[in-house]
Ligand binder design. Structure first.
Ligand SMILES: Nc1nc2c(ncn2[C@@H]2O[C@H](COP(=O)(O)OP(=O)(O)OP(=O)(O)O)[C@@H](O)[C@H]2O)c(=O)[nH]1
Ligand SMILES: [Mg+2]
Length: 507
């Protein structure tokens, strides 16, 4: 038997005195009510603090997935430009070396073609960026009339070869994690040794990506020249030498690009330098200058290939995010999709290799919104890494595996159909979609029809292959246009915040 109510010592201790008057009882009850109110207030305060603490520890996480050259890094830069302006401004000057490298590479590509055409060397069209299905330009065409001015241009621009090497080496030594692309380090996929284009690319490899790559350049630019001798001073001097050479080539770069015979030669070889990543020749007059400073747009267009997984953390200084208060950090992981590796395997490897974040903690506790970039302009191009595979087909395959991926089953996926500007330019040049995509049929060969067609296809795949039904969010983008991308990011931001808060409430 339990003890009777009357015998319980605690109950006896707090029980009102047996001879309590009405007045005494009222005073006692008022005191008890006040004590309860204070206690509830403290409880509520503690609950709010716990909640705020919990939210603070859960940064918004995005996973940026996409093939090489789909525009992941460019999208990431737009995030930084929009949401972390301070950091962006600090880093902008450091991109100068990369932009110089891009410009010099554009010129050297043309010079290589010019040299081999003038020496009448056989041309291997594997190097061109265009589809290889077209016929080899017939040699029967009248020979191009090269003149002394072309030989002079080659001679005058010759030093740019060593400038390219120098810049690659300097970017490389700025961080051990940067490598000039080689067969073994270049790509997240197997690269055929004959794929010279991939080999020419310049890349950032590692978990720190371009941030660490540019770190040295940033330090160098923030130190004053009079800060005495030492490695920084030497780097500054070497950079001045490079800038000097580039600036002295400005007029010749322009002449090379404006030369009608050179342009005809590129046409015959189907080389479209202007569509290549990091094309800056049109801006040579502005960039090939001693006092050149990159603009925001230059930085977004600058090309530095990233390999494997890159992670960036932004502490927001954007008003809306800060106002929403609870989370101030955005973690964006850039993951180059790998051909031939199942996305699930890749993500599992990716997260289980990180000691601090296992798969379960990342996907069960944190919010991950994969933002996938799909370029839609190269519908008529082959993959750089496998010239037998059409780029669009490959995109569909990868999209299917992302949608079907069990680890991502309950995440929100936002699809960017990117490079719409290049798609439009291509259609305006008269390239017909149906020649490469027979199912496009007799539809109108214009941008609205094409984008509608591609969107429908992506939507269908998402519907068929998602294991859990989810909404289909899609944006048509040209992420090198920072103004229109800011509007897109506004829409993305809203849906990410909404989802983040929804999940926080569920937990
Ligand atoms: N015209 C145009 N160029 C774009 C667009 N998006 C990206 N680019 C350019 O395409 C090139 C490749 O873009 P990145 O952002 O480096 O591509 P990525 O997906 O990070 O590629 P990897 O680092 O190789 O995985 C860069 O030179 C960009 O400036 C776009 O919408 N339009
Ligand atoms: Mg990248």
């Amino acid at each position: 038997m339990g003890r009777s109510f009357e015998e319980d010592p605690l109950t006896l201790a707090i029980a009102p005195p047996p001879d309590e008057t009405v007045e005494q009882r009222q005073i006692r009850e008022a005191a008890e009510a006040e004590a309860k109110r204070i206690s509830d207030e403290i409880d509520e305060q503690l609950r709010k603090e716990r909640e705020a603490e919990r939210k603070k520890k859960r940064p918004v996480k995005l996973l940026l997935l996409g093939q090489s050259e789909s525009g992941k890094t460019a999208t990431l830069k737009n995030f930084q430009l929009t949401y972390a302006r301070r950091e962006w401004s600090e880093e902008r000057a450091a991109w100068r070396a990369v932009i110089f490298l891009n410009l010099v590479r554009n010129v050297n590509v043309i010079l290589d073609h010019l040299n081999s055409e003038m020496s009448d060397l056989p041309y291997n069209p594997d190097d061109s960026q265009d589809d290889l299905q077209g016929p080899r330009p017939p040699r029967a065409l009248p020979r191009l009339k090269f003149a002394e001015q072309h030989r002079l241009l080659i001679k005058k621009l010759g030093p740019l070869t060593s400038v390219q090497k120098d810049l690659e080496q300097r970017l490389g030594t700025a961080s051990a994690e940067i490598n000039s692309t080689t067969v073994t380090s270049a790509a997240p996929f197997d690269v055929s040794p004959t794929n010279r284009r991939a080999l020419q690319e310049f890349s950032v490899n590692s978990s720190n990506g371009w941030k660490s790559a540019l770190g040295k350049f940033r330090t160098m630019r923030t130190q004053r020249p009079e800060s005495g001798p030492g490695p920084t001073r030497k780097m500054q001097e070497a950079e001045e030498d490079i800038v000097e050479i580039i600036a002295s080539c400005r007029d010749e770069i322009k002449s090379l690009w404006d030369d009608s015979i050179v342009r005809e030669m590129l046409n015959r070889r189907k080389v479209r330098v202007e569509d290549s990543p990091g094309f800056f020749i049109n801006d040579a007059e502005r960039i090939a200058n001693r006092d050149y400073q990159p603009t925001d747009d230059d930085v977004i267009r600058a090309r530095l290939r990233t390999i494997g997984v890159q992670e960036y953390r932004f502490i927001f200084d954007h008003e809306q995010w800060v106002r929403s208060g609870d989370f101030t950090m955005l973690v964006v992981r850039e993951v180059a999709e790998q051909r031939g590796i199942h996305i699930l395997t890749m993500l599992t490897q990716l997260y289980s290799s990180r000691a601090s974040s296992t798969v379960s903690c990342l996907f069960d506790v944190h919010f991950v919104a994969p933002l996938t970039c799909r370029p839609i302009s190269p519908f008529d191009e082959k993959l750089a890494e496998d010239r037998r595979v059409n780029r669009l087909e490959d995109t569909y395959l990868l999209w299917r595996s992302v949608c079907a991926c069990k680890l991502l089953a309950r995440t929100q996926i936002i699809l960017f159909l990117n490079k719409c500007d290049l798609l439009q330019a291509k259609l305006q040049r008269g390239v017909r979609i149906r020649d490469s995509v027979p199912s496009f049929g007799d539809r109108k060969n214009d941008l609205p029809t094409a984008t509608r067609y591609f969107q429908t296809h992506f939507k269908e795949i998402a519907k068929q292959h998602s294991t859990v039904p989810r909404p289909f969010y899609v944006h048509l983008t040209s992420v090198i246009d920072s103004q229109s991308t800011a509007v897109t990011l506004g829409a993305v931001e809203e849906s990410i915040l909404r989802e983040h808060l929804r999940r926080a409430d569920l937990m």
